[in-house]
Design a binder for this molecule. Structure first.
Ligand code: AMP
Length: 126
């Protein structure tokens, strides 16, 4: 089934400059910006500039340049926000919600970079 991208989603509006964002890193193919409702001291969203709905869409249809650039930006965000592990300290979590079961709110692929406190276990029961 082809992936249907909604150009009215809020991240598409951010990419078009219609809604402001607090940019952390920007490159040719990728934008990283602060989450508007942070769930930890560090909560940054990394999005490709291309029209991809979720991770599987991005992984299957993005160019090698887009894929490489995205990953480089994620690494840069981790270092820039100071959450990169140092010995027994610090650390972070990367996660991406997709579809109904993943409870994805915004239908433009994004990776959450979360850290700055102990994040506890990955999933809550139930
Ligand atoms: P998800 O449930 O993975 O789709 O998460 C979407 C995320 O986008 C949530 O963490 C929201 O707080 C965040 N978000 C929604 N609107 C904005 C916005 N205008 N700027 C920054 N983050 C946003």
């Amino acid at each position: 089934m082809p992936y249907a991208y909604d150009d009215d989603n809020i991240f598409a509006k951010i990419l078009r400059g219609e809604i402001p964002n607090t940019t952390v890193v920007e490159t040719e193919h990728t934008l990283a910006f602060e989450d508007i409702r942070p769930q930890a001291p560090v909560h940054v969203l990394v999005i490709p500039k291309g029209r991809y709905v979720n991770f599987d869409h991005f992984a299957s249809e993005a160019s090698d340049a887009e894929l490489a650039d995205f990953n480089r930006v994620v690494g840069e965000v981790i270092r820039k926000t100071g959450v990169a592990p140092e010995g027994a300290e610090k650390g972070y979590r990367l996660l991406s919600n997709a579809g109904v079961d993943g409870v994805q709110e915004v239908p433009h692929f994004h990776l959450h970079v979360v850290g700055g406190r102990n994040l506890g276990r990955m999933l809550q029961p139930g």
